[in-house]
Design a protein around this ligand. Structure first.
Ligand SMILES: C[S@@+](CC[C@H](N)C(=O)[O-])C[C@H]1O[C@@H](n2cnc3c(N)ncnc32)[C@H](O)[C@@H]1O
Length: 278
């Protein structure tokens, strides 16, 4: 696999072998001499062939861990990233679950696999949520994941362009304490330079942020404020160079206490802002 440009060949082949054997990765170390034969060997070979074509491990296994749970992933959704857990952390810090006296209402724009909203629904067992995505196939994956977490009754999934599908009699009066989004934020011209796992396999509409990478962030910053409850939080994932630009967009939209949250490499990754109480 190394010759194919895959930079974690050992980890990947362990994960693919463990899956073919029906084990957790640790199981490989507990029984290192277990023979690999028959159907298990055939499946492992198939997995390796797919990986050699640079298909992401998560799509081959059909799942990815995020926060405290395993989520189904298909090529219809972005593979949830560890850095996106910062969005979950930012929300939990702003609204500590054990301090909530009334059920929260939460909105995720561009829900994809449902990893973010699903994780938050588990952390806030009485909260309600709305997830929006332009992709019907992504919404089907989100629906499956949120149902598997036991939160299906508390979520409404809507197809459409950012806040547009909320403009119906059933949803128009809703005001959210929490709005999160990890929108597409990569500049179109940079997409082709990304590794094939992303550029070839992941959905373009999950990645492509237009000419300067800010098209979706600009639209969301311009549209979300009326949907926020007084004191409500907007938390947006951003590219590492977009912090100042997006902080300005949220400030211009009238949000207060606009702050950047850094990732473990000390790069800005999440921008937060609050609606005033009035
Ligand atoms: C970067 S992915 C994030 C997925 C998931 N929230 C996560 O963090 O793993 C962006 C998501 O936004 C969705 N999306 C793109 N354009 C959209 C639009 N105009 N309106 C609603 N959703 C959109 C994509 O289909 C994709 O699922």
């Amino acid at each position: 696999m190394q010759q194919r440009g895959i930079d974690t060949p050992r980890l990947d082949s362990d994960l693919l072998l463990a899956d073919a054997l029906g084990l957790e990765r640790l199981g490989l170390f507990l029984d290192p001499n277990r023979p690999v034969v028959g159907a298990e060997l055939a499946l492992f070979k198939q997995h390796l062939q797919r990986r050699a074509r640079r298909e992401p491990v998560a799509y081959i296994l059909g799942q990815r861990s995020f926060w405290r749970h395993a989520f189904v992933v298909t090529p219809a959704v972005l593979v949830p990233r560890p850095e996106t857990e910062l969005l979950v952390e930012a929300v939990l810090e702003a609204f500590p679950p054990n301090e909530q006296t009334a059920p929260l209402d939460m909105l995720e724009l561009g829900i994809g696999s449902g990893a973010v909203l699903g994780s938050l629904l588990v952390e806030y067992p009485t909260a309600l949520g709305v997830g929006v995505d332009v992709s019907a196939a992504a919404l089907a994956v989100a629906e499956q994941n949120i149902r598997q977490l036991g939160c299906g009754e508390r979520v409404t999934l809507l197809q459409g362009d950012w806040v547009e599908p909320l403009r119906t009699p059933a949803q128009a009066a809703r005001r959210f304490q929490i709005i999160v989004a990890n929108p597409p934020y990569i500049a179109s011209a940079e997409l082709a330079q990304l590794e094939p796992e992303v550029a070839v396999w992941e959905p373009r509409q999950a990645l492509d942020g237009g000419v300067d990478g800010l098209t979706a962030l600009r639209q969301i910053a311009g549209e979300v404020v009326p949907w926020l409850a007084p004191g409500g939080l907007v938390a947006l994932e951003i590219g590492a160079t977009q912090g100042d630009a997006v902080a300005e967009l949220l400030t211009a939209a009238g949000l207060r206490e606009v702050t950047l949250r850094l990732d473990y490499g000390r790069r800005p990754r999440v921008v937060c802002g609050y609606r005033g109480m009035a």
